[in-house]
Write a protein that binds this ligand. Structure first.
Ligand SMILES: *Cc1c(COP(=O)(O)O)cnc(C)c1O
Length: 379
């Protein structure tokens, strides 16, 4: 893209990242044995208001570890949103359990509690709400559903660092949560993830499964009582993560400022649909998603994307729903249901430029282009 092009995401590494990574290199502590791991786990768990953090190599691994720690496996079902990133469902597949899809709420774009309730069977073990684009799910309703049916709640908080619901931060709203620190996430280590839980026993199980189930008391005895995984994070990544966490409040405020500005400037454009945020919730706007209702906007989503691309503004289409994924159909998931809200999002949604480094002028330019391209009444 040209110099003044606006990317969908940019990375801010504005704190101690380089200093801490240099420290790893200077001291030779580059593996998962270095001291930045525990420091990063402590700092990020504290920032989220959760007792235990277990750092791993990516967010998908964190989700798998969370499911594994809850002893979810073959024969079990886990309810996941139909509208999510594929890793939410794949993590369930890794355990041998079956992901079951629930449609989105057309307003919040998150899993609809009533759709989740309709999917509960005697085999259901857990519900995995995903705070889509950093917008907190309807946790009270989902918690009630989990409690009434004896299910675990697992937050896929991969997009929601610092989001708030019920006066708590994402990650503190369920039995166990998983975060991603991929480069486009609100807190990043390049590649990385973390499981968070208040439950000491679950945390200990996560630590064991993360490290090939080496026995914690006698690691050098080399006797393993279960199949574990190597999901360890390196000290280099944790060094970046600690520096990012030190500045996480700053990055959070920037994302929120940008997200709210987008909402203000786009709220009057006919046919541009924004994500509803529930009262008492704070989204952290991981992505600035919009949907285009062509009948009102006078252009389709794809026409808008092409127009913006021509003006140096990068966009991306939304995920396709889980029921549209051949991999999940082959795995044995029931993909035959109707998911109208998820389909609407996949077919009409796109992300506008975002990232902590995006400035106010950039957002004004994007919104002016979108408003000017509208043709209300054209259809
Ligand atoms: C990014 C993301 C993940 C996976 O994280 P990785 O670090 O890329 O493995 C999982 N779930 C959701 C909803 C995500 O957005």
């Amino acid at each position: 893209m040209s110099a003044d092009a606006l990317p969908v995401c940019s990375v801010l590494l504005a704190g101690n990242e380089k200093r801490y990574v240099d420290d790893c290199l200077d001291t030779g502590w580059i593996s998962s044995s270095g001291s930045y791991i525990a420091a990063f786990e402590r700092a990020f768990a504290d920032w989220c208001g959760v007792r235990h953090g277990i750092a791993v190599c990516n967010g998908t691994a964190a989700l798998h570890l969370a499911l594994q720690a809850l002893d979810i496996g073959p024969g079990d079902e886990v309810i996941v949103p139909d509208f999510t990133m594929i890793a939410s469902a794949f993590a369930v597949c890794y355990t041998g359990a079956t992901p079951v899809f629930a449609d989105a709420d057309p307003g919040t774009w998150n899993i609809a509690p009533e759709a989740a309730a309709a999917e509960v069977t005697p085999r259901t073990r857990a519900i995995m709400p995903v705070h889509i684009f950093g917008n907190p799910c309807a946790m009270p309703a989902l918690r009630r559903l989990a409690r009434d049916n004896g299910l675990f709640l697992i937050e896929d908080a991969a997009e929601a660092h610092g989001a708030v619901a019920e006066g708590k931060r994402a990650g503190a709203l369920s039995d166990i949560a998983a975060f991603s620190f991929f480069a486009n996430k609100n807190v990043t280590t390049g590649e990385g993830g973390m499981a968070l839980t208040d439950d000491a026993e679950l945390a200990a199980r996560c630590r064991r499964f993360r490290n090939l189930c080496f026995p914690p008391d006698a690691p050098r005895a080399y006797i393993h009582d279960a199949v574990g995984f190597n999901y360890r994070m390196s000290n280099l990544h944790a060094a970046v993560g600690l520096a990012q966490t030190e500045k996480a409040d700053v990055y959070r405020e920037l994302r929120i400022r940008n997200g709210l500005l987008y909402r203000r400037l786009l709220s009057d454009v006919p046919g541009i649909v924004l994500q509803d945020i529930q009262p008492g919730c704070e989204s952290v706007f991981w992505m600035n998603g919009i949907c285009v209702r062509a009948a009102e906007y006078g252009r389709t989503r794809d026409e808008l994307a092409a127009r913006l691309r021509g003006r140096g503004i990068d966009t991306r289409l939304f995920f396709n729903g889980m029921h549209r994924q051949p991999a999940l159909r082959k795995y044995g998931c029931d993909c035959a249901g109707a998911y109208p809200a998820s389909d609407f999002l996949a077919d009409n949604g796109l992300y506008l430029p975002g990232g902590s480094a995006l400035d106010v002028c950039g957002i004004q330019r994007v919104c002016a282009e979108i408003a000017a391209f509208a043709r209300p009444g054209a259809y």
